[in-house]
Design a protein around this ligand. Sequence first.
Ligand code: NAD
Ligand code: UD1
Length: 341
Amino acid sequence: MRILVTGGAGYIGSHTLLELLGEQHDICVLDNYSNSSPEALSRVRLLTNADFLDVKADIRDDNALMNIFQDFQPEAVIHFAGLKAVGESGKVPLTYYENNIRGSLSLLKAMETVGCRRIVFSSSATVYGEPQYLPYDEAHPCAPTNPYGRTKYFVEEILKDWATSSFKNSAVLLRYFNPAGAHSSGSIGEDPNGIPNNLMPFISQVAVGKRDQLNVFGGDYDTRDGTGLRDYIHVSDLASAHMAAVNYSAAHTGVEAFNIGTGKGATVLEVVKAFEEASALRIPYVISPRRSGDIAASVADPKKAQELLGWKAKLTLNNMCQSAWKWQSQNLEGYGNPPEN
Ligand code: NAD
Ligand code: UD1
């Protein structure tokens, strides 16, 4: 299949390319490198010994999109491109709405011009907001609590309208839980800009000595050890969910949302312990005040993805920590190049 991958140079996109190229799909990556490096694509080429098109472009640039769609004529789009920092989204909400919502609209319009009918969208468990019950199933009400989460929710709603506007359209909404880890080779991984917001990259940087200690945000949550509990999902499992979603979209029209998680939660201290085992290092930490906006626990009910997509997470928290450590220790400065703006 000819598949256009927006944001393909990013953390999840680059891992997904390995899966797609492994299945011999024809790929065109579209990325503006605002939060990534072309080096990630070079490493994907080395790992797969396969080639693909890549175009530096912004999803908000209608002319550039039109040219790419006319030239490549994709049969499906996997749409990763977007901004993803929750804290930043509260400071510059319009930038988030512009990038994530207007960008998605431009993409859908370009798809229409060439009759491209299938899209797999990177949504997030953050669309659910404060849990009314756990594990979250896909019928849990959506009430995102920050602008980033609202961009994901609004794009989901737009995609529902688009998918129901023609019986030929197909949209698959993947609600990722907490992606973590790296490819087993250690040559591609997560390369956050500045101080990491997320737990695993922060721990990795403590492990290599770039940060002194981990601040554990809150030790008094209603969880088994008082620290926040999340459903961490290996990025390679996440990548294979995209393969399953593309196949599903080829066989089904309409719109469907899927939780992409393991169904198991780990606390912050359990992640620290697993990372210590994987790296044979001690991770210094202090219990700090809760981070504003955090919830105590978030866990997926992944049954629907198993039943309809035939996809199930296979890798463990230990695999996530081992691969994150391999990536970080082999690439102290990530991909090395500061992202272009
Ligand atoms: P990432 O930042 O590594 O990848 C996003 C990519 O999109 C980057 O390569 C960036 O340069 C590109 N991009 C951003 N805006 C663009 C634009 N206007 N035009 C073209 N390219 C643009 O992030 P990721 O972790 O790989 O996440 C991928 C998607 O999954 C995002 O939409 C994110 O919101 C969503 N998501 C991520 C997580 C997570 O924890 N990583 C969780 C839930 C959902
Ligand atoms: C965050 C985002 C969420 C996004 C998800 C995956 C917020 C409020 N939510 O979720 O929208 O979908 O990332 O990218 O930012 N922790 C520490 N110390 C740290 C970092 C994190 O103790 O330095 C704790 C957090 O309090 C939480 C757990 O580790 O309990 C996971 O945090 P994080 O990786 O940031 O993910 P989420 O908060 O679940």
